[in-house]
Design a protein around this ligand. Structure first.
Ligand code: HEM
Length: 144
């Protein structure tokens, strides 16, 4: 794997600290997910998962992490290729369209923000409903 120092400075991504941390947050969370999954698999196998309160707390409190990892991964991809849209071919400033005004872009952005806000609130409501209802069929055996 070539390091950054193998490339001339003017080809470096523009925001290296943010790139560094978003990548490490993604990989760090990915590593945590592997550990949680291993622990969960082991507990399920020993039929202790539904009675292991500390583990259930870890599971519940981890629910925002995939969203954070996703966003950090996407940030990595977007920042890592700056200042290029297509590496070596199309610089980001050359990628704008003369036919789309700034107001147009802002309008679309606000539209998507609104749409995803509604979907996000719906998701939270549904997730809280599912958490409130608890696991559907837990046998005596699994409850421990
Ligand atoms: C386990 C360790 C992980 C490693 C080693 C890893 C590695 C990578 C690499 C190399 C990239 C490409 C960056 C680029 O464009 O050059 C990437 C992108 C990405 N990763 Fe990860 N990743 C890990 C975990 C995760 C996890 C747990 C998530 C989400 C739950 C995630 C979500 C993403 C997303 C959304 C992208 C951007 C994809 C795109 O838009 O092209 N990654 N990851």
């Amino acid at each position: 794997m070539k390091g950054l120092d193998a490339f001339p400075r003017d080809l470096w991504p523009t925001n290296i600290p943010l790139l560094y941390y978003s990548y490490h947050i993604m990989v760090g969370l990915g590593t945590i997910f592997i550990a949680i999954t291993a622990a969960g698999t082991w507990l399920l196998w020993r039929r202790k998962a539904y009675a292991a309160r500390p583990f259930l707390w870890v599971l519940m409190l981890s629910f925002p992490f995939p969203f954070i990892a996703n966003t950090a991964g996407w940030t990595t991809a977007e920042l890592g290729r700056q200042p290029w849209l297509v590496y070596g071919l199309l610089p980001t400033p050359a990628g704008t369209s003369a036919n789309v005004s700034a107001g147009n872009t802002l309008f679309t952005l606000l539209g998507f923000l609104g749409l995803y806000f509604v979907i996000g609130v719906l998701f939270l409501l549904l997730a809280m409903k599912a958490i409130g209802a608890g696991p559907a069929h837990v046998s005596h055996h699994e409850r421990g």
